[in-house]
Design a protein around this ligand. Structure first.
Ligand SMILES: NC(=O)c1ccc[n+]([C@@H]2O[C@H](COP(=O)([O-])OP(=O)(O)OC[C@H]3O[C@@H](n4cnc5c(N)ncnc54)[C@H](O)[C@@H]3O)[C@@H](O)[C@H]2O)c1
Length: 430
């Protein structure tokens, strides 16, 4: 019985998708003495893990040393799903064009593994998605295979809440979850309690799916609002960070969000549109989501206009402009550049025939991305390099940057992250 196997730690977890979420999750299980078999279609990732080499900035290779080949093994052979007891799906949920959810990764995986599934396994979907996905996409495949849910097969949704780069112990992040049936829920609790300190049971799978979307929409809308506040303050000659710092002293009713160059990452720019799409099926418009999306997407343009205006005023230059972007990762200290606003800035600068280069200590080369294909390499950050540009735009505030050296070697620093909290003449908040 699955219950006894989990209770006695005599079970194996199959983690599908060894990306930003699946790899740390696999390590988390393995360190808790649970046998893990990781699955990925990316042969390069499989090879690297087997060589105990990490490809994520959030995972150190040393973390793989003691577990790979022992508690943690990996494969791209999907038929080996029949070796595991619990299947955890950490698969991508991107958008297609027109902001339509792309569930192809979940559907393809289910189609590949369905014939190898066996009685008394449990599937836990962790990917972020719209309410209804687990029951509308995964459940019918299981039913068609003849499983009786809650009796000889178990299904669960529990969203991933990790925030790569943030130094918070994963186990301490409360885990929202719900199973399809009472028995699925009990097994889900037993399973995730192995690695999480606090379990938050919600009333249905759809509630769990919606909770994750709500968390990300809350961020997107609040970031949209603070970005709009930044534009208003800029026009009025007020300093947005003075206002934020004062407002956040209120002990209740105010949660702080910071303005920036726009949204990035696999979550905040994407997930809200999963709800917009689903809400349309109920004839509901998601006005906050659309508005926040518009404001957040307008930030690169606003930053560019401000940069060019400052260059024109300070350097009297409107031709042969050279701009250096610092940071293309979507947030500090990580090597994930998916949906980074840096790329929209680079694209728009290139369209204006501006010579644009970048440096990012975490990203040597810009990979091929969903909407961009730049073929650019990170420049070595030296005093001479900084001096050779008309302006520097700080898009990502990596801790590794020597901010003092940067500010001393260029007369126009566009600071989109408030790295320089002190006032220097050549720092322009944007
Ligand atoms: N990255 C985050 O910060 C974060 C935070 C919370 C939630 N999430 C959610 O977690 C999910 C996974 O995100 P991620 O950032 O880890 O994605 P990712 O792209 O980093 O990783 C996904 C992995 O799945 C693999 N894959 C694709 N198809 C496969 C298949 N058929 N079988 C096996 N592997 C396959 C890919 O090769 C890739 O390695 C998404 O739904 C995302 O929204 C992400």
């Amino acid at each position: 019985m699955l219950k006894d196997k989990i209770k006695n730690n005599n079970f194996k977890v199959g983690v599908f998708g060894l990306g930003y979420i699946g790899l740390p999750r696999s390590i988390h299980f393995a360190k808790a003495n649970i046998n893990v078999l990781g699955f990925d279609i990316d042969k390069n990732k499989i090879k690297k893990i087997r060589n105990k080499e990490s490809y994520l900035s959030s995972v150190k290779s040393i973390q793989l040393k003691s577990i790979v080949g022992k508690k943690f093994n990996v494969t791209n052979d999907m038929s080996r799903v029949n070796e595991v007891d619990v299947i955890v799906l950490c698969l991508p949920t991107p958008l297609k064009s027109n902001n339509i959810p792309d569930l192809s990764f979940i559907i393809n995986t289910m189609n590949k593994i369905k014939k190898y599934l066996k009685n008394h396994q449990m599937i836990c979907l962790e990917s972020t998605t719209y309410p209804g996905t687990t029951e509308e996409i995964i459940l019918p495949i299981l039913k068609k295979r003849g499983f009786e849910l809650g009796k000889n097969f178990y299904l669960l949704y529990s969203p991933e809440r990790d925030d790569p780069g943030r130094k918070i112990i994963n186990s301490s992040i409360p885990r929202v979850y719900c199973g399809l049936t009472h028995r699925c829920t009990l097994l889900g609790n037993l399973f995730y309690s192995k690695i999480f300190d606090k379990m938050i049971l919600v009333s249905s799978i759809k509630t769990a799916e919606m909770t994750k979307l709500f968390e990300n929409i809350y961020r997107s809308v609040n970031i949209g609002m603070v970005n709009e506040m930044k534009k208003i303050c800029d026009k009025m000659g007020l300093k947005i960070f003075d206002i934020i710092n004062a407002a956040k002293t209120k002990p209740y009713g105010f949660n702080v969000f910071y303005p920036g160059p726009g949204l990035g990452g696999h979550c905040i720019p994407i997930d809200p549109f999963y709800l917009s799409w689903k809400a349309k099926k109920f004839n509901i418009e998601t006005k906050f989501i659309e508005l926040a999306g518009r404001i957040n997407r307008s930030m690169p343009d606003w930053i560019i206009k401000k940069t060019l205006r400052i260059i024109k005023i300070k350097s009297k230059k409107s031709k042969n402009i050279r701009i250096l972007i610092l940071g293309v990762a979507y947030k500090k200290n990580i090597n994930d550049c998916r949906e980074s606003p840096a790329f929209e800035i680079i694209k728009k600068l290139k369209n204006k025939r501006i010579n644009v280069q970048y440096n990012d200590p975490f990203i040597d080369e810009i990979p091929k991305l969903r909407n961009y294909n730049f073929k650019m390499k990170s420049k070595k950050l030296t005093k001479k390099l900084i001096q050779s540009f008309d302006a520097i735009i700080i898009v990502t505030d990596h801790d590794r940057y020597n901010y003092d050296m940067i500010r001393k070697n260029n007369s126009i620093i566009i600071d989109t992250r408030n790295c320089y909290q002190k006032k220097y003449e050549n720092i322009y908040l944007a």
